[in-house]
Ligand binder design. Structure first.
Ligand SMILES: [Zn+2]
Length: 107
């Protein structure tokens, strides 16, 4: 309800500005705002793998033990990443795809 109370005067002001100074002053900022929102949403989904919340350990980042070697590898280009600290259970992303996790138990 409070959103509507803000939106109505904004819409009236937008019509006044649009008619007085030209509609480019209304649509250009609106378009820019929409593009910024879209790019932030895209960036966020890239970080979280498109699932919103990460499905990992709740107790924060944990060090990977010395007797364990966890690698992430990219199917597309062959990049391998050695995991030192585990932040969440969400797989890393590379080349637009999820990287595959490979854990080696040493000794
Ligand atoms: Zn890659």
């Amino acid at each position: 309800m409070t959103r509507l109370l803000i939106l109505v005067p904004l819409a009236i002001a937008a019509v006044v500005v649009g008619q007085q100074f030209g509609w480019k002053w209304i649509f250009a900022p609106l378009l820019a705002w929409a593009m910024i929102r879209w790019s932030f949403a895209t960036f966020r989904s890239m970080v979280h793998g498109g699932q919103g919340l990460a499905d990992g350990p709740e107790d924060g980042p944990t060090l990977v033990g010395p007797d364990e070697r966890t690698l992430y590898w990219c199917e597309e280009c062959g990049t391998e990443v050695l995991l030192l600290v585990r932040g969440s259970g969400t797989p890393l992303r590379h080349c637009g795809t999820r990287m595959h996790e490979r854990t080696e138990i040493l000794n």
